[in-house]
Design a protein around this ligand. Sequence first.
Ligand code: ATP
Length: 323
Amino acid sequence: MIELVQITKQFQGQTVVQPLSLSIREGEFLTLLGPSGCGKTTILRMIAGFENPTEGQIWLAGQDVTQQPANQRDLNLVFQHYALFPHMTVADNIAFGLKMKKLSKSEIKKRVDEAVAMTQLAAFTGRYPHQLSGGQQQRVAIARAIANKPKVLLLDEPLGALDLQLRKSLQSELKHLQRTLGITFVYVTHDQEEAMMLSDRIVIMNGGRVEQIGTPREIYASPKTLFAATFVGENNIFSAPEGLFAVRPEKLIPLPQGDSRARRAGVIQDIQYLGNVHKLVVQLDQEPMKVTLALDLSQEHLYDIGDSIGLSWNDADQVVIGP
Ligand code: ATP
């Protein structure tokens, strides 16, 4: 559906997107994930046609659109700030783009009704944006985008301005909507949990470079770089003569002090209660670092702060992440 071929972007001679090639499949939910300033929005804007790549090509549904202006590309954008028309009702906001396209009145009504039903806005169609909550306004922005029936929907931190609970409920709605409609979603977020929950595949970006592309499962189980290993989920990074490797907290196995199977030894510095698990924070003896282990609740009473323990893990859970 979308093919990025060695695209780069420079602003005033400074490279903010390093050469990037990526194929996004029809109906895929693809997320660009990374810290602020890593180039996510710039990539989205290049796909949309608001920025031209400095080098490379962009293909959309089999067509080279690199030189095509934004309004001729068959896609829609949803931003963090809803950009609704304040003087129009919800229904008119959703219908606006359809009127611009000069669709028939009956077709406009049909599409508005569908979009309103899918985004659970039926009770609000006569209201103005200032009479809606942030979550409702964002639903209107999403309804407006899907009423256009684009092949591709680009979403730039669409839930970024919402509180946690609302964010969670809209995440589920978005995922459901995307599955139902079969539209290709390209989604930008800096929230790794959101990316894990929503995406078919994640592109992890850092400083304009792709660190890793993979399914949430691949990225969690087999991070390829130090950045990927620590940006998505918690991880423990160990150094060995041949380089670095990572072991997830739930893969570390505590052992009694002096147990010959221990690969490392240390002292428990903190015990954190997290509801479903307890975490032990362990200061290692031989390395100036702390590691975290996740324990199920039944094991918690076995440990106290100040205890010396050994640590082990299975070879299969040790992920090499380079030199
Ligand atoms: P955020 O999560 O904060 O939105 P981002 O990952 O989306 O960050 P971009 O907005 O793509 O990052 O910005 C990438 C880099 O490009 C930043 O260093 C930014 O300052 C720079 N940049 C973006 N737009 C322009 C512009 N029009 N002119 C100059 N520099 C720009």
